[in-house]
Design a protein around this ligand. Structure first.
Ligand code: 2HG
Ligand code: ZN
Length: 464
């Protein structure tokens, strides 16, 4: 017999598409973390804001938990439904609703992929500059829910800089039209910004007005081989002072080995412990020469051992693949992921401490470092040894993460740079946010969502 609340939802919204086949529950109940067993009540695929609002009101009346769901490419368990929740997939709400040439904004539904946003901006001669490897699968609603960062943050900032307006069905069922595309709006609390990065705990993003900007100047992509860890930030300091950087990313020799084994092309002959992929404006000969001079100066200092500049778009894409293909190349090892950040100035000291911790705690285990070092954001992927059980491995990694979180606290950093807290990092939130902050966050949630139906158990637990 059908679950009573679900039967009530069907009566209230006969047109709503609902799925409950075992395969659908599994598909929509999990994200890229793969750690939890999906167990949602059912999957709702609303086609309009009205339908979303009706679902949220129903959920309040029936006290059913909702999990908003985009491309489920998240790495922190923020879109996992493992406790009988109704998954609200926004995938059918995936249209571009409008472009405003004067405001230079694009209004979209939340289920549109990041890639489709890029394409839509391009048709108007503009760009939406937030970008990262999951662009083809992730959705803009999910990007907003996690304040996604990616590979161009150094130039353009995070998602929150690019959201000019947001429609949110709050947890209490109200439809909020936040900021309405205004550039200037000094009228009290910016609820739009509260909803960005809230991981679906305040409401469901049902529409977004995104800022667009001019395409960047023509650029060059350079791959560098570095002889040691200290050279990373030395090269960054030099390059940032000389070049107009669009991206500055790093990875280690271990990351390179995996990405090459996964089909990427080797671009430098020798082996180096650290690599950097950087992209910078190179509109004319002067800019290109500045890059060569910076390269030579760094080489003279002993900070760069080898390097190559892409000579074509295809070569630039091949260099980028060495960095962007890392996550996919590691997926089969069930990696445990850390995604940490600190002020850029703190990176050198932090790297040394972190290296000592990881070497001590993970003897004989492959640990892969990479990420957006120019933003002070490091990704650490610890690869599960084939012989270890998933549960034991996660337990071991969680113990180490407690130490890492303490180290971050000492350095004023964050346990989640850009992937969100979700389920994965909940135990460490209090190392990044003070007790007073967390109490206020809980209070904000209660105001938006008095019955605690929005993505409960993510970010933090509601009081019993
Ligand atoms: C990236 O920068 C993504 O490639 C994924 O944020 C990082 O897999 C990861 O740990
Ligand atoms: Zn990243």
């Amino acid at each position: 017999m059908e679950n009573q609340p679900l039967a009530a939802l069907r009566r209230q919204l006969p047109s709503l598409r609902l799925l409950d086949a075992a395969g659908d529950l599994e598909h929509y109940g999990r994200d890229w973390t793969r750690r939890w067993t999906p167990a949602p009540l059912a999957i709702a695929l609303p086609a309009s804001i009205d339908e979303v609002q009706t679902i949220v009101r129903w959920a309040n009346a029936e006290r059913v938990a909702l999990v908003p769901s985009g491309g489920r490419t998240g790495l922190s368990g923020g879109a996992v439904a493992a406790n009988g929740e109704l998954v609200v997939s926004l995938e059918r709400m995936n249209r571009v609703l409008g472009f405003d040439a004067i405001d230079r904004t694009l209004t979209v539904e939340p289920g549109i992929t990041l890639h489709a946003v890029h394409e839509a901006a391009r048709t108007h001669g503009l760009i939406y500059p937030v970008d990262f490897a999951a662009r083809g699968s992730c959705s803009i609603g999910g990007n907003i829910a996690t304040n996604a960062g990616g590979i161009r943050v150094i130039r353009y900032g995070n998602t929150r800089e690019w959201v000019a307006g947001l429609k949110l069905v709050a947890g209490n069922g109200e439809l909020l039209d936040l900021n309405r595309g205004l550039i200037k709006n000094s009228s009290g609390y910016d609820l739009r910004q509260l909803a960005i990065g809230a991981e679906g705990t305040l409401g469901i993003v049902v529409e977004a007005t995104l800022k667009l900007t001019d395409p960047p100047l023509p650029s060059q992509v350079m791959l560098l081989g570095l002889p040691n860890m200290d050279a990373l930030m030395c090269v960054f300091g030099l390059f940032r002072s000389r070049l107009a950087l669009q991206a500055f990313e790093f990875f280690t020799d271990i990351a390179l080995a995996h990405v090459l084994a996964h089909g990427a092309q080797r671009a430098l002959d020798g082996d180096h412990p650290y690599y950097v992929v950087t992209e910078y404006d190179a509109a004319d000969e002067r800019a290109e020469n500045a890059a060569l001079m910076a390269f030579e100066e760094a080489a003279e200092q002993g900070w760069i051992a080898d390097g190559v500049i892409a000579q074509s778009d295809a070569q630039a894409a091949a260099l980028w693949r060495l960095r962007e293909g890392i996550t996919e190349s590691l997926a089969k090892f069930q990696p445990y992921k850390n995604d940490v950040s600190m002020r850029i100035a703190v990176v050198p000291a932090f790297l040394h401490e972190m290296q000592a911790l990881l070497e001590r705690e993970y003897p004989g285990i492959e640990v892969v470092w990479f990420g957006h070092i120019g933003d002070g954001n490091l990704h650490i992927n610890v690869l599960k040894p084939a012989a270890a059980s998933s549960a034991d491995f996660v337990r071991q990694c969680e113990g180490v993460t407690h130490e890492l979180a303490e180290m971050l606290q000492r350095h004023g950093g964050s346990i989640s740079a850009e992937h969100g807290i979700g389920l994965v990092k909940k135990p460490y939130l209090d190392r990044t946010r003070s007790a007073a902050e967390i109490a206020l966050m809980r209070g904000v949630r209660r105001v938006f969502d008095p019955n605690g139906i929005m993505n409960p158990g993510k970010l933090f637990d509601d009081p019993a």
